[in-house]
Design a protein. Structure first.
Length: 257
């Protein structure tokens, strides 16, 4: 089962790209972030025509998440249970016995700001929820735009992206590590130790051409799924297309149980 995560940065703009990528890459399950669409505008009918069932939670202009699947999506959860939040950043469902959580993690704006404090609280709430989900669903994938680069291999310049910078700060990385310590594994790093492979590039300053990016789009697999994670990667191709999202899809391939 091929499972992917993609921040499309406006599904209204990027729907033709999504259609092309679904045809070319043929994932079984996709978690989408930043749909930026209210629910009544979500292209559910079109995606069904392409063979993808879908569940979604959106809002106007900002955020928005969805799960697309070739197979039935069961036990859908929208939002973090017990955590009041108007922002649509979380959706989960079960596909073929695998529990899949799709996250659009808070950006945080800058270290020390109110939005940064909100990000850390949000990560704590996710941690508590994922701990509970793992008890119920040992076969678990947590994926999404994490807005955290896990370590120094995932940034182009450690003098800039350091412990005091947003997306690489000590507290943010500690929040991600705490999540991994529950028994989750960065699927990309199961198969690749190389530095300088990124999933996001700024539109400005020719970021993609110069490969000045970050690896912030992650697929995490549970202990139970680790042996089945036979391949993983980042598909840079959609980032080369005209008017692309600033993110590229990250993916993991699970062998049959």
């Amino acid at each position: 089962m091929k499972i992917a995560s993609w921040n499309v940065n406006s599904l209204n703009v990027r729907l033709p790209h999504l259609e092309q990528w679904l045809a070319d890459f043929a994932p079984d399950v996709v978690g989408i972030q930043e749909t930026k669409l209210e629910d009544h505008k979500f292209p559910d009918t079109r995606l069904l025509e392409l063979g993808y069932r879908n569940v979604f939670a959106g809002q106007k202009t900002y955020n928005g998440v969805a799960l697309l699947s070739r197979h039935p999506i069961e036990d859908v959860q929208i939002g973090i249970p017990g955590f009041e939040d108007e922002q649509k950043r979380v959706i989960a469902g079960t596909v073929n016995g695998v529990r899949i959580i799709n996250l659009y993690v808070v950006n945080g704006q800058d270290v020390g700001t109110d939005k940064y404090a909100y990000k850390l609280r949000w990560l704590e709430a996710v941690h508590a929820w994922v701990a509970d989900e793992l008890q119920k669903h040992p076969q678990l994938v947590v994926m999404g735009d994490f807005n955290i680069a896990p370590d120094d291999r995932d940034v182009p310049d450690t003098s800039v992206w350091n412990e005091n910078h947003i997306l690489t700060s000590t507290a943010e990385r500690a929040g991600l590590q705490k999540l991994l310590d529950l028994g989750l594994h960065d699927a990309f790093r199961l198969h690749n130790d190389e530095a300088g492979i990124f999933s996001w590039w700024d539109y400005r300053a020719a970021g993609f051409r110069r490969n000045l990016g970050l690896r912030i789009d992650l697929t995490l697999v549970s202990d139970a799924l680790k042996p089945r994670a036979v391949a993983s990667g980042i598909d840079r191709e959609p980032r080369t297309w005209e008017r692309p999202s600033d993110h590229a899809p990250a993916w993991v391939q699970l062998a049959q149980a």
